[in-house]
Ligand binder design. Structure first.
Ligand SMILES: [Zn+2]
Length: 265
C-alpha cells in the first residue's frame, strides 16, 4: 500500500492507496503551533492506515543544506527535522515533498495531466504555489524550489497593479499577492484577475513550455478562467502558436494527499 499524508495548516489528511484504489481515508485537525503534537498526530494516522510506503506533502520544503523544513507558512514546522523525526517514530523511510509538488504529481499521474510529459501544477488558494512534474517525476531542483512561482514578481505591472503590494515574504509585487483567493475576494474584478493570471502564466510557458497547466485551490472552481486566460496569454507568449492546455484539476481537494502517496511510485 501507498500511504499519503497532506500536512496542512488547519487539517491533516491521510489516504492509503492499494493499486490506484482508495483503501483508507481520514482527516483530523492540525495541532497548530505544536511540533511534537503534529509529529504524534501524523504517526498515529500512518499507523491507523496500515503497512506501506509513506509520503508526506508539506507547505514549504526540506532544505538541501540542513534537511530541515523551510519556507512553511505553518511556521512551527520551520527549522525542524521532520523527515528524520518521522522516520525515527515510524521505523520506516518517509518521503517529504512540497504540497504544490504533490498536487502536480497527483494530477500528472491520473488527473488532468495524465499522459502529458511536462505538467505545471498551480494552487490558487489562501496562498499561491506551483510544482513541476516531468515524465511522472517531481522536479525538485538544487535549491528545492522548482516551480515556486508565487513569489516571482507580477510581470509587466499595469497602472492598476500599482503600488506593488507588500508580501509576507518581505518582497513587494509577488504574484501571490495578486492571485491568491483572498486577493480575488478583495479586488472583486474577475477580468483583471484573469489578465494578471494570463501574464503570470505566460512567463511559465516561455520558460518551461509545459504540455498542460493544471489549476487547483479554491479559485480553480471559476469556470470562465479556462476559456479566458488562454485567450489572454497568447500575446505574452513568444511563439507563433500555443498548444499548452489550461485545465481544471480532476481530484480536487484530494490531489495533495494522493500526490503524497504517489511519491513512492
Ligand atoms: Zn512573496
Amino acid at each position: 500500500m501507498r500511504i499519503g499524508i497532506d500536512l496542512g495548516g488547519t487539517k491533516i489528511e491521510a489516504i492509503a492507496l492499494a493499486g490506484g484504489r482508495e483503501a483508507f481515508r481520514k482527516r483530523i485537525p492540525t495541532p497548530r503551533g505544536d511540533y511534537e503534537a503534529t509529529l504524534g498526530a501524523v504517526a498515529a494516522l500512518v499507523r491507523e492506515a496500515g503497512e506501506g510506503s509513506v509520503g508526506i506533502g508539506i507547505p514549504g520544503a526540506l532544505s538541501r543544506i540542513t534537511g530541515r523544513v523551510k519556507n512553511a507558512n505553518s511556521t512551527w514546522l520551520n527549522g525542524r527535522p521532520l523527515k528524520e523525526d518521522l522516520e525515527k517514530v515510524l521505523k520506516r523511510p518517509v518521503r517529504v515533498a512540497n504540497d504544490a509538488n504533490c498536487f502536480a504529481l497527483s494530477e500528472a499521474v491520473d488527473g488532468a495531466g495524465k499522459g502529458a510529459s511536462v505538467v505545471f501544477g498551480v494552487i490558487l488558494g489562501t496562498g499561491v504555489g506551483g510544482g513541476i512534474v516531468v515524465d511522472g517525476k517531481v522536479l525538485v531542483g538544487p535549491n528545492a524550489i522548482a516551480g515556486e512561482w508565487g513569489h516571482n514578481p507580477l510581470p509587466s505591472p499595469a497602472p492598476e497593479d500599482l503600488p506593488l503590494r507588500p508580501c509576507y515574504c518581505g518582497r513587494a509585487g509577488c504574484i501571490e499577492t495578486y492571485l491568491c483567493g483572498p486577493a480575488l475576494e478583495r479586488d472583486g474584478d474577475l477580468g483583471r484577475y484573469e489578465e494578471r493570471l494570463a501574464r503570470s502564466l505566460a512567463t511559465v510557458v516561455n520558460i518551461l513550455d509545459p504540455d498542460v497547466i493544471v489549476l487547483g485551490g479554491g479559485v480553480s472552481n471559476v469556470a470562465r478562467l479556462y476559456e479566458n486566460v488562454p485567450r489572454l496569454w497568447q500575446r505574452h507568449i513568444f511563439s507563433d502558436q500555443v498548444a499548452t492546455r489550461l485545465a481544471r484539476n480532476v481530484h480536487g481537494d484530494s490531489s495533495g494527499v494522493r500526490g503524497a502517496a504517489w511519491l513512492w511510485s
